[in-house]
Design a protein around this ligand. Sequence first.
Ligand code: BJW
Ligand code: ZN
Length: 234
Amino acid sequence: MKVVVLTGAGISAESGVPTFRDSDGLWEGHHVEDVATPEAYDLQPGVVQRFYDDRRAALAGVEPNAAHRALARLEEFLGDDLLIVTQNIDDLHERGGATRVLHMHGELLKALCRACQARVPWTGPLSDFPPCPGCGATELRPDVVWFGEVPYEMERIVEALESADLFVSIGTSGAVYPAAGFVQAATRAGARTLELNLMPSEGTHWFREARHGRAGELVPAWVDDLIAELGNPS
Ligand code: BJW
Ligand code: ZN
């Protein structure tokens, strides 16, 4: 069975990573739409860099939770038949043990050089505009996908959705495209669809089934059920 899992900020919430659109989802009074655009970066690069510097620094103090670990367990069972597509820029899936992870909105621990387009591993701050290790230009920005930019890995994601038997969306509000449209693409391809989220997402009606609660509880329980179902075909 080919399974595509889409994750959003809700899967990392119980690790202590704030979500974007819940009540605590503001950063210094800014909505994410104010700081996650190329226009915001051009106008106030220091403000945008600090938003990401704060989040990059906070990453060192958080750990994967039971939901990340359960997906890694599912990967051990399904191997290449599982693809995790995450909108998250944290590295908690990888630290939880998963390897088949596509970061469609980029990664906090990488920087992108606007001069030479190099994508380089980065753990420190960028708000002091350090030189690019490749070309020396002081044009490094976070390697993340802002509104109006094209998400990464779209070809591989579309291909996986077209051959999926099961599509599961975890911890995302369904407010941001193209990820919010994946459930429709999977449905068109004939996949079963399941939403696991704290509350009904904006696109909850597109899913064949929805379970609402905390990812740290719902995801391990769903993984147990799926492994039992696939391990004991009746
Ligand atoms: C829990 C929980 C717990 C809490 N357990 N659950 C008009 C109509 C349609 C589309 C558009 C439009 N105008 C513009 C667009 C396109 C635009 C868009 O979608 N805009 C919307 C505002 C409408 N999209 C884009 O511009 C994208 N690019 C694009 O479309 O390019 C064209 C193209 C596409 C494909 C092929 C070719 C070309 C780019 C979008 C980039 C988004 N970037 C951000 C920031 C960068 C990374 C970062 O800073 O981290 O990505 S925005 C932000 O939102 C971030 C997230 O990845 C993304 C999604 O948020 P997410 O993960 O859903 O978080 P929340 O907070 O919204 O939801 C959390 C959920 O968890 C909630 O439901 C909670 O209830 C739940 N939860 N605790 C389980 N314990
Ligand atoms: Zn460079």
